[in-house]
Design a protein around this ligand. Structure first.
Ligand code: B3K
Ligand code: ZN
Length: 865
């Protein structure tokens, strides 16, 4: 068993490419499946009974996917058969009639499953992860999302080791068995694809609650964790109940089972999983209390709990026909969770954070060798397509439809979509058509957003023609791998023209730019207005305008669209930085004044101020340049940061004091105060490192919450002050044994701007708390380092060799997580020749590694092109 599963990691010489155009309906359907598990960490016995029916008129045999499975027995209609054969990992069973009952038995070894796909052990628990293709590691089955079945599950396990037995749906029977074992039976009445199957066995305690749905049904809610962690589940429970109410109010979607359970596990390949009625979460998106979680962590819990809950309709009731349609459920569900979070707090700050995330992860993907449309055309390994493009650009595409239709017509579209496709495996095209039919809009051209990769670039200029302001708009979509020539994309642009004299605009308009070029005329302007465009980031594009520093400063003080106001400030900062980096001495006065005006504006939300006054990240500055020069970027950014910090030092000190030590409270006001306080701390440290370190160390010691403690630790970790080492030690000793907090200790050091960061990271690899078996820990150390532009791209190229070594070390253990680490190496074209050569050498070494997984092979080989 072990050997076979290890063998499955080895990439075939020419990995098979799956293409969207090759989709064919399944040959056999499986309306019902009964699963019988005799559970053990070392050995689990799985007996499956599939009711199969021939789909269409053909004589092909039943082909069941399997990965590392050996059939112990195969029976058809109750009789043992021996005319089955194996085809690679698949089990092929010839069947004479149009329907049959097919039984198989296999044995699997959960504790040897380091890939964390299928059934595996995590901290004494047994749990499952099946999306995308993990079910085939549990039992033989047509592992594709368009085969929907009703599940009956029986679990038997040792009662002492596994007192709690959970699966999808309703718990219909329980009992004790011989030898200290017990059993449970679960039945899920809703037909589902196998990627939504889930099961958990372990010693868990529950935070139990309930929710009454809009039609008056009571749903039992349970969040299952280790006993000691129950007090840390209150925030997740509140988020779950708020999500259930929100989906009823905003989308008219009610929950459809009597039970909704969530289980938190420590070893998990990503954030969480929306299994029907039994969500399984990475514990970092469930556990939160003031002592261990930052405000950002709390927000992460809210967003992921909501996201997985919303999948119950957008993903589970209506699922995907094939994995090319992944954005159908993911883009839509991200849009839904973003809208929910926006409704819970500051919508403006949420939008800024979401756009910043898009620019940090999706824009680089879209402009690099791994660029793909939100509906990809082909893949070697589907695990590599759970990307920022499919998720976050996918969400922007849904948002654009929402913008063009307005909330009411959008809702008519989603109502029609859910009515038409409930219980089906649908396509992106089905969604677009429901929007057209329900919302009353023609989306013919808009479909290009599903077909074309690459971030469109919009260039704008404003000129006067007498008393008419003429706005010229021009768009181009860059070439991406396999798509050399692009058609223009419909861009919904929210825009307004500001009157410099009054500081106001004359109303916002929504203009959908369909063509490559267009001119819009606005009459009645005596002088040239100031353009506010792509307000609220209405289209996911790069915008280049002819706005002057004075225009940007004006907007950063007057724009009534918070996103546009933030954007004007960012652009002003970027222009100043890019000029400096390109060798044109830049005057920081405009930036200093704009920051001063923002800090002093009493009408602004503190959380917004905390976002708006931050300089763009080094990586984002790099994205604006033809050739990224990491040293010049960090030097210019540091210079501007210090200049802004020094110019407003008294104000930073005043803000620091004014927003200081109050007892912890989780409210938007208190979060805003903590944000400002920690931004002020960073600025004080930039202006005066000695004073900053003193303040930080005091804050570190006195903090009654993790946001303030981490804010202080990060400030110290970036500097040279003697307090740095002491703080890191105190932090480690205080939280030793708390995996989620120790992850922060690792990542803070890996993200440090100090010059010795790589050496520190190499040292941390040898720390007893580092382990390749835990994806959170690997991401905290190696993942964090790989996005630290200054350290990763430091002269000499040691960072590249280090990352390649780490990817190759993780690959045999967990190929899916290893493959996620490849993209930073795909950016080689953006760097100077010396760096590009070293990065390519790292990629070539990965590709040439004997036995490399197809996950890593796909990412690395495509990155070389
Ligand atoms: N649907 C899962 C992601 C599964 C990732 C598999 N590689 C979580 C989510 O998007 O909600
Ligand atoms: Zn999702």
């Amino acid at each position: 068993m072990l050997d076979v599963q290890t063998a499955s990691l080895v990439a075939a010489d020419t990995p098979h490419i799956v293409r969207r155009e090759d989709y064919r309906p399944p040959d056999w359907l499986v309306p019902d499946i009964a699963l019988d598990f005799d559970l053990g960490a070392a050995k689990t016995h799985v007996a499956a009974t599939l009711t199969v029916t021939r789909n269409g008129n053909h004589d092909r045999p039943l082909v069941l996917d399997g990965d590392g499975l050996v059939p112990l027995s195969v029976r058809v209609d109750g009789q043992a058969v021996n005319d089955w054969r194996m085809d690679g990992g698949r089990l092929v069973v010839p069947l004479a009639g149009n329907a049959a009952t097919v039984e198989t038995e296999v044995e699997i070894a959960p504790e040897a499953n380091t890939q964390l796909m299928g059934l595996y052990a995590s901290g004494g628990l047994l749990c499952t992860q099946c999306e995308a293709e993990g079910f085939r590691r549990i039992t033989f089955f047509p592992d594709r999302p368009d085969v929907l079945s009703r599940y009956a599950v029986r679990m038997v396990a040792d009662k002492a080791a596994y007192p709690v037995l959970l699966a999808n749906g309703d718990n219909v029977a329980n009992g004790d068995a011989e030898d200290g074992k017990h059993w449970a039976e679960w039945r899920d009445p809703h037909p589902k694809p196998c990627y939504l199957f889930a099961m958990v066995a372990g010693d868990l305690s529950v935070n139990a609650d309930s929710f009454t749905t809009i039609s008056g049904r009571t749903v039992s809610l349970g969040i299952w964790v280790r006993a000691a962690d129950v007090p840390k589940t209150a925030h997740a429970m509140a988020a779950l109940k708020a999500s259930m109410a929100w989906d009823e109010a905003v989308y008219g979607r009610e929950y459809d089972l009597d039970i909704f359970n969530i289980v938190a596990v420590d070893d998990f390949n990503f954030g969480a999983m929306e299994n029907k009625g039994l969500n399984i979460f990475n514990s970092r998106y469930i556990l939160a209390d003031p002592d261990t979680a930052t405000d950002l962590d709390y927000d992460g819990v809210t967003g992921v709990v909501a996201h997985e809950y919303f999948h119950n309709w957008s993903g589970n009731r209506v699922t995907c026909r094939d994995w090319f349609q992944l954005s159908l459920k993911e883009g839509f569900t991200v849009f839904r969770d973003q809208s929910f979070s926006a409704d819970q707090g500051s919508a403006a700050v949420k939008r800024i954070e979401d756009v910043r995330g898009l620019r940090a992860s999706q824009f680089p993907e879209d402009s690099g060798p791994l660029a793909h449309p939100i509906r990809p055309e082909s893949y070697m390994e589907i695990g590599n397509f759970y990307t920022a493009t499919v998720y976050n650009k996918g969400a922007e595409v849904i948002r654009m439809m929402h913008t063009m239709l307005g909330a009411e017509r959008f809702r008519r579209g989603t109502d029609l979509y859910f009515d038409r496709h409930d219980g089906q495996a649908a396509t992106c095209e089905d969604f677009v058509r429901a929007m057209e039919d329900g919302g009353g809009i023609d989306l013919t051209g808009f479909r290009r957003w599903y077909e074309q990769a690459g971030t469109p670039k919009l260039t704008t200029s404003v000129r006067m023609d007498g008393e008419t302001a003429v706005l010229s708009l021009e768009q181009s979509v860059p070439a991406t791998p396999g798509q050399p020539v692009k058609a223009p994309m419909p861009l919904p642009l929210r825009l307004a023209l500001f009157d410099r004299a009054t500081g106001e605009h004359r109303g916002e308009t929504l203009h959908v730019l369909e063509a490559a070029q267009e001119e819009l005329r606005f009459d009645g302007w005596a002088s040239r207005p100031v353009l506010s465009i792509n307000r609220d980031f209405s289209a996911p594009v790069v915008v280049e305008t002819d706005r002057t520093p004075a225009d940007l400063a004006f907007l950063s003080a007057h724009d009534d669209d918070p996103f546009a106001r933030y954007e004007a400030m960012q652009q002003l900062m970027l222009d100043t930085l890019v000029a400096d980096i390109s060798g044109n001495p830049a005057d920081p006065t405009a930036v200093i004044d704009a920051v001063g005006a923002t800090l002093g504006d009493p009408d602004l939300d503190p959380a917004f101020i905390g976002e708006a006054v931050l300089l763009p990240s080094e990586a984002f500055i790099g994205d604006q340049m033809l050739v990224v020069d990491p040293e010049a970027i960090s030097a210019a950014r540091e210079k501007l940061r210090i200049a802004v910090a020094k110019a407003h030092l008294p104000r930073w000190r005043a803000l620091y004091e004014a927003n200081g030590a109050r007892a912890f409270e989780y409210s938007p006001q208190a979060k805003g105060a903590r944000r400002i306080r920690n931004v002020a701390l960073g600025s004080i440290a930039a202006a005066d490192p000695v004073e900053g370190a003193k303040l930080a160390f005091a804050q570190f010691g006195a903090a009654d919450n993790m946001t303030d403690r981490m804010g202080a630790l990060m400030t110290l970790a970036n500097g040279d002050a003697p307090e740095r080492v002491a703080a890191l030690d105190i932090f480690y000793n205080r939280y030793r044994g708390n995996a989620l907090v120790i992850d922060k200790w690792f990542s803070t050091q890996a993200l440090s701007t100090r010059t010795d960061t790589l050496a520190a990271v190499e040292e941390l690899l040898r720390h007893p708390d580092f382990a390749y078996s835990n994806p959170n820990r690997f991401r905290a150390l190696v993942g964090a380092f790989s996005v630290n532009q200054r350290a990763f791209h430091a002269i000499g190229g040691r960072g590249y060799a280090f990352l390649a070594d780490q990817i190759l070390a993780l690959d045999p253990v967990n190929p899916q997580t290893a493959a996620k680490m490849v993209p930073p190496l795909g950016r080689w074209r953006r760097f100077d020749e010396a760096r590009a050569n070293m990065i390519r050498a790292a990629l070539e070494r990965i590709v040439a590694q004997p036995g490399v997984s197809k996950d890593v092979y796909e990412q690395a080989s495509k990155s070389l092109v």
